[in-house]
Design a protein around this ligand. Structure first.
Ligand SMILES: CC1=C(CCC(=O)O)c2cc3nc(cc4[nH]c(cc5[nH]c(cc1n2)c(C)c5CCC(=O)O)c(CCC(=O)O)c4C)C(CCC(=O)O)=C3C
Ligand SMILES: [Fe+2]
Length: 414
């Protein structure tokens, strides 16, 4: 390799000493790296497709729902019964469908208030109303160019690709593949609308714990950012493979990197607002699968158990990986992690999820409008240096090595 020095300040190096710079591609935001995975063409979408996970709404729904979730994965019935127990504890009802009904209404109200004529269709991956019904309903109304919002903010098989594979499956199953297109807004983990509720929640929790009669000093407060654990094999393949390699994301891949970046931002904002600087960790929850299969660690409960030995007296649990207070939050955090904290003599606060926070809802509409208007990267808000993330996933992005290749919509053709 030849090094050219532009001593006169002209030329591509702008007068800086090229020889002194490391021979790696300088890091730029993935979307800024341009290419066809970033869209600046305006698209006249007909409607929004709100794509949810789905959840049971009564005791009789629980086992059929769990069979849907685990379809094709050969999860034994004993494991299903174990998880069913979490749902049974709450009358067999997950609040997730009700959350999505409310989110749909809030989105529609925000769109109407802004004078935007975009209907919102809602369908789930694993329970009624199914994505199939939503897509058929849209097509029947003549709405064929759909922009999807999945209720999941990060990159990984479970949080992005699985939704896209389901879109492809539904287009095939309904025979609408020729007439209907489904695109998807970018993973929005670092959109200011998504992070807003987390910043407010951590700020309030840290202020509460460190003031008043039973105040705890800030260095005895630990903030635990909790997200769904996933197999390390999935995590390593989350986001574009070349990016993981280039940025040295390691076993956690883009999935963990995105969470770390948002967590660091949240703590920075809390420090800026309060002058308090609590320590924090990224922790994982809701692991399943055989013990022999490595998943992301540490588990939230294991980390909590270590904290008293480090002088910690209060813990703030932040459900950073989730958009609403569904079963993973209600059971794994509010029941299990809270109990672990109590057993270890720690005070504990669980902060809110975005839910239908107006700032979040308005941010989701902004994410849709980015694609409607073909907004340039520089004008797409992102609070971490990782983003704004790709609009359109690359071939192989977040592929599941365990389940094997399946076609996915809303991505570059392979
Ligand atoms: C990353 C991620 C999110 C966040 C992104 C997003 O929000 O989409 C998420 C959300 C959710 N996960 C949910 C429920 C379940 N997830 C399961 C299983 C799994 N999740 C995984 C990952 C994730 N899951 C993985 C890697 C598995 C193992 C299966 C495999 O090998 O790939 C199982 C099967 C039983 C079990 O194995 O525990 C259930 C019942 C509910 C509904 C809650 C409710 O009803 O209120 C929600 C929102
Ligand atoms: Fe899950």
């Amino acid at each position: 390799m030849t090094t050219v020095t532009h001593a006169d300040g002209a030329g591509p190096a702008g007068g800086r000493d090229d020889a002194a710079r490391p021979a790696v591609v300088p890091y730029a935001s993935p979307a800024a790296a341009a290419g066809p995975e970033h869209v600046e063409e305006p698209v006249a979408y007909d409607a929004i497709l709100l794509a949810g996970f789905g959840g049971p709404e009564g005791q009789d729904d629980v086992i059929p729902f769990l069979r849907n979730v685990t379809r094709g994965r050969g999860i034994p019935d004993e494991r299903l019964e174990e998880v069913a127990h979490h749902y049974r504890h709450f009358g067999g009802v997950s609040p997730i469908n009700e959350h999505n009904r409310q989110l749909r209404a809030a989105l529609q109200a925000e769109l109407d208030a802004r004078g935007l004529d975009l209907p919102v269709y809602w369908g789930n991956r694993n329970w009624a109303p199914y994505l199939e019904e939503a897509v058929r309903e849209a097509a029947d109304a003549g709405d064929t160019r759909l922009i999807a919002i999945a209720t999941s903010a990060y990159s990984s098989f479970s949080s992005c690709r699985q939704y896209r594979e389901d879109f492809a499956r539904v287009l095939e199953a309904t025979g609408l593949g020729e007439s209907v297109t489904i695109d998807k807004v970018r993973p929005f983990f670092d959109h200011p609308g998504f992070v807003h509720a987390f910043v407010a929640g951590v700020r309030d929790a840290v202020l509460d714990l460190t003031t008043g009669e039973d105040a705890v000093p800030v260095d005895a407060v630990r903030v635990l950012f909790a997200t769904h654990s996933i197999p390390t094999a999935d995590a390593r393949r989350s986001g574009p493979a070349d990016l993981n390699e280039r940025l040295g994301h390691g076993d956690g891949g883009s999935y963990a990197a995105q969470h770390r970046a948002v967590a660091a931002y949240v703590v920075e904002q809390v420090t800026a607002a309060t002058g308090l600087e609590p320590g924090w960790d990224l922790v994982y929850q809701s692991r399943s699968g055989p013990p022999s299969q490595p998943w992301l660690e540490p588990d939230v409960n294991d980390r909590i158990a270590e904290l008293p030995g480090e002088g910690v007296r209060a813990v703030v649990i932040v459900p950073l990986g989730f958009v609403s207070d569904h079963m993973e939050v209600m059971w794994d955090l509010d029941e299990e992690a809270m109990e672990t904290a109590a057993e270890h003599g720690l005070r504990a606060v669980r902060t809110p999820t975005p839910g239908v926070d107006p700032v979040y809802v308005s941010g989701l509409v902004d994410l849709v409008l980015e694609r409607v208007h073909g907004t340039p990267t520089a004008e797409r808000p992102a609070v971490t240096e990782l983003g704004p993330w790709f609009d359109v996933c690359r071939p192989g992005c977040c592929e599941n090595v365990r389940a094997g290749f399946k076609p996915a919509a809303a991505g570059l053709a392979p």
